[in-house]
Design a protein around this ligand. Structure first.
Ligand SMILES: Cc1cc2nc3c(=O)[nH]c(=O)nc-3n(C[C@H](O)[C@H](O)[C@H](O)COP(=O)(O)OP(=O)(O)OC[C@H]3O[C@@H](n4cnc5c(N)ncnc54)[C@H](O)[C@@H]3O)c2cc1C
Ligand code: HEM
Length: 372
């Protein structure tokens, strides 16, 4: 370990047991230095605050290994434009960070530690600002809700049109959404459920847990046609490999159907030669909100087939069991390109099946809607 990394690690041991105090001090100092900055953050800040501090600390400790963090910090900086963060804010945050570290570490802190953290923070800032400056797109798009359809209590399919500027995304990517009217400054990521089109229209499939879920709750229960959303830059690499000639397996759980539907729509624009098999799972038949749409695509494209599956519906007239189990019954999938999307539990189980079939990891792309 070089000297710089040693200093950062050593000094971090002085504060890591006191993260809650560190975080409290950091934000108190930040908002005292510049009270205007409080307006950038959500009204309710529990939990989120630590994510920023954790990210700074993790980034600081990998400054010595620029390869691994360069791209992450650049895209984080690009993405931070949606929070209205400006270059001078980084300086203020740096002061608050150093101040919090010094106060919480107490007597153990020294000048060498101080310099190491200042250098690390400056390196992070430089990368984030470079990422922000290199992006020609607006920080976010305003988008007007065009349609909103409810499926049961918890699910909605909505479309919106991005106004002002063209928004380009690739099938399989996701964007951040904000519902400014109901939840200003709170952003969450949602997969785009349609392939790119000339109309700037994006479709989303949203499910909210019963009685919970800030942004998903607003998107499912409160948003109406005519409302404005904000949409930030598309991200994610669950995209099609157009050069590949392998057949394709898609596995979707619940609203994990969104990016899979976008991929199938994009394939519909050029594919003639690759067989595409979609497995679509939910608890009960009534939750398979996207099945009719998929069946229309099947009727139009001979290379496409769809197998729905229900895990908790004894009356379902089709495959029963978790979608990962159903996928394993139809395998092996060794020679396929595989796309998996859904809850962490469903994705984990499906990846296990694919690993068991010997699918090379580079032929599998996935998105989880929670921590894997
Ligand atoms: C790459 C990616 C793509 C995604 N795509 C989609 C998509 O297409 N569609 C989609 O619907 N989601 C998608 N998600 C998930 C989405 O980003 C949000 O995480 C999800 O909507 C929950 O955010 P929220 O603000 O509604 O919930 P939050 O309020 O942030 O709550 C998060 C979770 O905490 C739990 N929780 C919160 N409050 C309570 C409470 N009072 N009681 C019990 N539990 C509680 C709930 O389980 C809830 O899901 C995606 C996530 C990722 C990472
Ligand atoms: C310098 C390094 C910084 C790092 C490593 C960093 C990291 C992060 C991370 C990881 C998140 C969570 C993003 C997500 O979940 O998608 C976040 C959110 C955020 N950051 Fe930063 N950030 C930095 C600087 C700043 C600065 C200077 C400001 C402005 C003062 C700022 C304001 C915000 C805001 C407002 C949020 C959203 C908070 C929320 O939703 O609760 N960040 N940051």
């Amino acid at each position: 370990m070089d000297d710089f990394a040693r200093l950062l690690k050593e000094s971090w041991t002085l504060v890591e047991e006191h993260r809650e105090r560190l975080s409290g001090h950091f934000y108190a100092r930040l908002f005292l230095l510049d009270p205007e900055l409080r307006k950038l953050f959500p009204v309710e800040m529990t939990g989120q605050g630590d994510r920023i501090l954790e990210a700074i600390v993790t980034a600081a400790q990998t400054v010595g290994d620029p390869e691994s963090f360069d791209e992450y910090l650049r895209s984080l900086g690009r993405d931070h434009r949606k929070y209205h963060v400006e270059a001078t804010h980084y300086e203020t945050m740096g002061v608050a960070l150093l101040d919090a570290l010094r106060s919480i570490a107490g007597d153990g802190w020294n000048l060498e530690y101080d310099q190491a953290w200042r250098d690390a923070y400056a390196a992070i800032t430089e990368k984030m600002l470079a990422g922000a400056a290199a992006d020609d797109n607006p920080p976010f798009w305003h988008a007007e809700v065009l349609t909103h359809e409810r499926y049961g209590r918890d699910t909605a399919v909505l479309t919106c049109r991005a106004l002002q500027h063209p928004l380009s995304w690739r099938a399989g990517q996701y964007v951040s959404l904000e519902v400014p009217r109901h939840l200003p400054r709170v952003w969450r990521t949602y997969s785009v459920a349609n392939a790119p089109n000339g109309d700037n229209v994006l479709e989303f499939h949203v499910r909210t847990p019963a009685g919970a879920g800030w942004v998903s709750g607003a998107l499912v229960r409160r948003v109406k046609p005519g409302d404005l959303l904000r949409v930030a830059a598309p991200m994610g690499s669950m995209t099609l490999d157009r050069a590949s000639e392998r057949d394709i397996l898609c596995v979707a759980g619940g609203v994990g159907l969104a990016p899979i539907k976008a991929l199938v729509e994009e394939l519909a624009s050029y594919n003639r030669t690759r067989w595409v098999h979609v497995f679509y799972g939910a608890r009960a038949a009534a939750d398979l909100y996207g099945l009719a749409g998929l069946q229309e695509l099947v009727a139009a494209h001979p290379w496409l087939s769809v197998t729905p599956a229900c895990s908790e519906d004894p009356d379902f007239d089709g495959e029963r069991g978790d979608v990962s189990e159903v996928v394993s019954r139809y395998g092996p999938w060794t020679a396929h390109d595989c796309y998996v999307s859904g809850s962490a539990r469903m994705v984990r189980a499906t990846l296990r099946v694919l690993a068991g079939d010997g699918v090379p990891p580079e032929n599998t792309r996935y998105d989880t809607f929670g921590n894997l």
